[in-house]
Design a protein around this ligand. Structure first.
Ligand code: ITT
Length: 195
């Protein structure tokens, strides 16, 4: 089955491609010039905006994820603004979070990566959605080179590692995006959609 992956984020594209490899699903890139405005108030609304726009533009089924980091001590920030919390690079945004969290003690540094995923038919109608969380804590410094975005400051529960210190394979097993993708695959298979 051909499915458009509605994202321009290289980190997400790499993870989705790894998760879909060896599968009967062929992920196609979304058109370069398509960049739907993320005007939703929730992760789910934004995932639907992206998947629906990509499906209509290509006349193919499409899947999108809208994701981000919710930090308890920051009342859920950066949340749906994770990709644009401060101008600049992912490294600038990590630094901003480390600064904001610098006085927050151990034990009050809980956070979760959230992934909302939407699957749309070629006419843009929503066929299925899911939202999954990956719980962790925010570190006091960056550690690790793998992954992307906020991975170097996201500590795993019960382990002395960040999500940037584990293999891509293990991240896909544990992560918000991996959990959401497996749910979506179950739906796609059970719905027996036309290929
Ligand atoms: P698209 O909209 O094109 O998919 P984007 O980067 O703008 O790309 P989002 O609006 O969903 O995507 O923002 C997600 C941001 O949340 C992303 O840029 C990272 O900063 C962060 N994020 C999401 N999942 C992550 C992960 O697995 N590891 C680290 N950071 C993550």
């Amino acid at each position: 089955m051909k499915l458009v992956l509605a994202t321009h984020n290289p980190g997400k594209i790499r993870e989705f491609s790894q998760m879909a490899s060896g599968d009967d699903i062929e992920l196609l890139p979304m058109p370069d010039d398509l960049d739907p405005e993320e005007t939703g108030a929730t992760f789910l609304e934004n995932a639907i905006i992206k998947a629906s726009a990509a499906a209509k533009a290509t006349n193919l089924p499409a899947v999108a994820d809208d994701s981000g980091l919710e930090i308890d001590a920051l009342e859920g920030r950066p949340g749906i603004r994770s990709a644009r919390y401060v101008p600049g690079s992912d490294a600038d945004r990590r630094l901003k979070i480390l600064e904001e969290m610098s006085e927050v003690p151990d034990g009050k540094r809980q956070a979760a990566f959230v992934c909302a995923m939407a699957f749309c038919s070629p006419d843009g109608a929503v066929l299925n959605t899911t939202e999954q969380r990956w719980h962790g804590t925010i570190g006091f410094e960056e550690r690790g080179q793998n992954g992307f975005g906020y991975d170097p400051i996201f500590n795993l529960i019960g382990r002395d590692e960040t999500s940037a210190m584990i293999t891509n394979e293990e991240k896909n097993t544990l992560s918000h995006r991996g959990q959401a993708w497996r749910e979506m695959l179950d739906f796609i298979r059970s719905a027996e959609l036309p290929v």
